[in-house]
Design a protein around this ligand. Structure first.
Ligand SMILES: [Fe+2]
Length: 222
């Protein structure tokens, strides 16, 4: 199939019969759409989860069919497919959507109603060891997020048993740099513009202080 035909089908916003071949789904949230307010509104969360995340999943399922990736998709975990597709130019459309799917699965779990607050001791110790203090970690994460230009993500990841803060552009993620992300904040405008307009710093501040599910993040250490 020619690339332009593929593009046209992949990004067709209308429901497609090829959806019946779907192998990936958008996971349900463990909290209600209105439960992160006032930090993330019901409208933002509903659109982000139901429309935006769903569009990446729809695209992945189209691409698996059209690029004959069904066998690989059945055999390989999503993480492996993301890493492999990042190295193949022809698979870039798949990489972009698969990576963004993975990013959002992590992102939803990194938040909870009444988040922020105390950090489990094991994670707190690791943050102090690798960043000097919890406040220094939070400040570095905040600075990294607000200085990112354009769409992307800011992450806390593990590599060689050490924690790192990194940023990625667009849909990419640290898996392709052999890191394991344990906390991710979506810096695309669709994540915050409706609620915060151009004040990205207020969104990031709310994410850190009022939304992070530290118990989940700590659970990812192992
Ligand atoms: Fe997003």
């Amino acid at each position: 199939m020619k690339e332009e035909v593929l593009e046209q089908k992949v990004f067709d916003p209308n429901p497609s019969p090829y959806q019946k071949y779907a192998t990936h789904v958008v996971p349900d949230l463990s909290y209600s759409y209105d439960s992160l307010a006032p930090y993330i509104s019901k409208d933002t969360l509903e659109f982000h989860h139901q429309i935006s995340h769903q569009s990446y999943v729809t695209n992945i399922n189209h691409l698996i069919k059209f690029m004959n990736l069904e066998n690989i998709s059945r055999e390989e975990p999503l993480e492996t497919m993301i890493i492999k597709s990042s190295k193949v130019e022809r698979l870039k459309p798949f990489f972009n959507n698969a990576s963004h799917h993975w990013n959002h699965i992590l992102f939803w779990q990194c938040m909870k109603p009444n988040g922020g607050g105390s950090i489990p001791p094991e994670l707190e110790t690791r943050l102090i060891s690798d960043f000097g203090s919890v406040d220094q970690f939070k400040n570095a994460f905040f600075q990294s997020a607000i200085t990112h230009h354009g769409s992307g993500w800011v992450w806390l990841s593990i590599k060689n048993n050490k924690l790192f803060i990194t940023k990625t552009n667009n849909a990419s993620n640290p898996l392709i740099d052999d890191m394991k992300p344990i906390l991710g904040c979506d810096l695309w405008e669709h994540a915050f513009f409706l609620d915060y307009r151009n004040k990205k710093q207020d969104y990031v501040k709310a994410f850190i202080n009022n939304l992070i599910n530290w118990e989940f993040v700590a659970s990812q250490l192992n």
